[in-house]
Design a protein around this ligand. Structure first.
Ligand SMILES: [Zn+2]
Length: 225
């Protein structure tokens, strides 16, 4: 992993302002923190993904100590995924949201279905949460609900050309939009996707939003949200 990361950095560090490496388990969080030692451009989210809901509990004290590292900027990926056990996921997610509130950190949310459960949590915790829904591809109707909360929406290459997403973006305040590569190593990283996403948002909004989108995303990378 470290070798792959070194090659990746050598190739892309010049053209990209920063990278966020999100985690899926405690062990993965430790590995990501080690990775961040390679470059100050690498920032880390630590957390337990819903994929691991049956294998792993969330040890708030252990994660709290990881969050003291200055390159660790938030909690995630955690979230809700309809393919996994609902009740256990809600327990796992709440533990992570509560730590985020206690430490005033933002949270990177993986969301697949289960919108009603997320909306209930947003109502329950109200404005104390700072959430980023990553790889967001929701509808206009969902955006109408979500945009009332302290949420940001991160668009990935999967959303390019989606008419449904274009409608949702059209009513989303520009300061809530982020872009990401969502690269998990299964395909070659291509930084042109970020430009394509920025162009996609600009087309929908009807003006050049690239600087705003860049600054929004940079705010997260710098841990300033
Ligand atoms: Zn995800």
């Amino acid at each position: 992993m470290q070798q792959d990361a070194k090659a990746f950095l050598a190739k892309h560090a010049q053209s990209v302002d920063g990278f966020i490496s999100a985690s899926i388990s405690y062990q993965d969080s430790l590995a990501n923190i080690k990775l961040a030692n390679l470059s100050s451009k690498i920032k880390v989210f630590v957390g337990v993904h819903p994929f691991n809901v049956l294998q792993e509990n969330f040890d708030a004290a252990a994660f709290s100590s990881l969050l003291k590292n200055k390159q660790v900027i938030g909690i995630g990926e955690c979230g809700l995924d309809k393919r996994y056990a609902r009740k256990a996921q809600l327990t796992l997610l709440k533990a992570q949201l509560e730590l985020a509130i206690a430490l005033n950190k933002c949270v990177c949310i993986h969301l697949y279905g289960m919108h009603q459960d997320l909306i209930s949590l947003l109502k329950y915790y109200n404005s104390s949460l700072k959430l980023i829904i990553h790889d967001f591809i929701g509808s206009l109707e969902l955006m109408q609900i979500y945009s009332k909360y302290n949420l940001k929406f991160s668009l990935s290459p999967r959303g390019l050309k989606s008419k449904k997403l274009a409608q949702a973006i059209s009513i989303c305040p520009i300061d809530k939009l982020l872009i990401e590569s969502d690269n998990d190593g299964r395909y070659d990283y291509d930084s042109s996707y970020l430009y394509q996403l920025s162009n996609f948002i600009s087309q929908v909004k009807g003006y050049d939003c690239s600087k705003i989108i860049h600054d929004n995303t940079q705010q997260i990378i710098l841990g300033e949200w």
